[in-house]
Design a protein around this ligand. Structure first.
Ligand code: SD4
Length: 321
């Protein structure tokens, strides 16, 4: 080999090695120790439990499940689990899904009388060859796995339902009864990502309606190679645009988590004649622990936990205040 050729080869090789080293340095410098992000103010409660798990070396999947369990168990939270608003027939039906960064996932939809749908979804993921169970089958599976039957309709939600029945208007209120799904995303010390999304869905929905929250790719998507994203808000708009997968693909193509959330919100805008009465919010985290969020209407907030501390942030929105 002539000298010039061998010199060029050596330079090319060393720059590949240097490039790789720089990349590694970038990864480790940018990797947050452990981080968790959740939708809405009740995300603070989920994050407190979840962050403790990952900061003590536990897994992201445990953090997101145990975190959202807190909100599912809270009767005051009228959009998730126990105390969730019923559908227009007065029946509480729950949707949830869970996903790990390696692509494993589980989901339940139209589940009734079981307080912790996210934990049932985790059992579907870990103990079956399937991804999604719905309705009676999901409940049967949950009971077989030791979950107990619970009346989820609290006196408070029943009273709200009876009041709604007086007029039976079906006009979703932005930022009120339709948009408090708890979605939590976590990055653990091992560098693994996981996400969970659980809800009683849109209040006063048609009996049988399923939203985006149990649909992998719509309500939630997680990929260890890139990042994770989750949605809250009007599920029909999120399903139509495969919202959370779109956010993750945006990050895969080089967008920051926030830019990727903006892109997904703009896609929703493109696909709807108007976003005047529509609220959707996205949260995202990349594999280095950088987080971002974006929504259509002002009023969406999200919680972040890292380094033993917690904060609640207002999301920027497409529509200005
Ligand atoms: C749904 N995305 O069922 C959910 C609604 C939500 O509190 O965010 N609910 O469409």
């Amino acid at each position: 080999m002539n000298n010039r050729r061998s010199f060029i080869k050596k330079v090319a090789l060393s720059s590949i090695i240097l490039g790789q080293n720089q990349l590694n340095a970038y990864s480790s410098e940018n990797r947050s120790a452990a981080k968790i992000i959740s939708t809405w103010s009740h995300g603070m409660d989920a994050n407190k439990i979840g962050l403790e798990i990952i900061e003590n070396g536990g897994s992201a999947i445990d953090a997101v499940e145990k975190g959202v369990n807190v909100v599912e168990n809270d009767p005051e939270s009228q959009t998730v689990g126990l105390g969730g608003f019923p559908d227009r027939d007065g029946i509480v039906t729950l949707d949830a899904c869970i996903m790990k960064g390696d692509g494993s996932c589980g989901s339940v939809a139209f589940l009734q009388d079981i307080q912790n749908p996210i934990s049932v979804a985790r059992k579907v993921m870990e103990e079956t060859r399937h991804i999604m169970l719905v309705g009676k089958g999901a409940k049967k599976f949950a009971l077989e796995k030791g979950f107990t039957e619970t009346n989820l309709l609290t006196e408070k939600s029943k009273a709200d339902y009876l009041k709604w029945l007086e007029k039976s208007d079906y006009i979703p209120n932005i930022n009120i009864e339709n948009h408090d799904t708890i979605s939590t995303l976590a990055l653990d010390l091992n560098g693994d990502l996981a996400g969970a999304c659980t809800t009683s869905g849109a209040a006063w929905k048609l009996h049988g309606r399923v939203g985006d929250s149990p649909i992998i790719g719509a309500g939630l998507f997680v990929d260890n190679e890139v990042g994770a994203a989750a949605a809250t808000g009007w599920g029909e708009a999120v399903i139509r645009t495969v919202g959370s997968a779109l956010v993750v693909e945006g990050m895969r193509n080089g967008l920051s988590p926030k830019q990727a959330c903006i892109q997904a919100v703009k896609r929703i805008q493109q696909k709807h004649a108007t976003v005047k009465d529509l609220q959707v919010g996205f949260i995202a985290i990349d594999k280095y622990g950088t987080t971002g969020a974006y929504c259509i209407q002002p009023g969406f907030n999200y919680a972040i936990g890292e380094n033993g501390k917690h904060k609640l942030l207002d999301s920027e929105s497409l529509v200005s205040k």
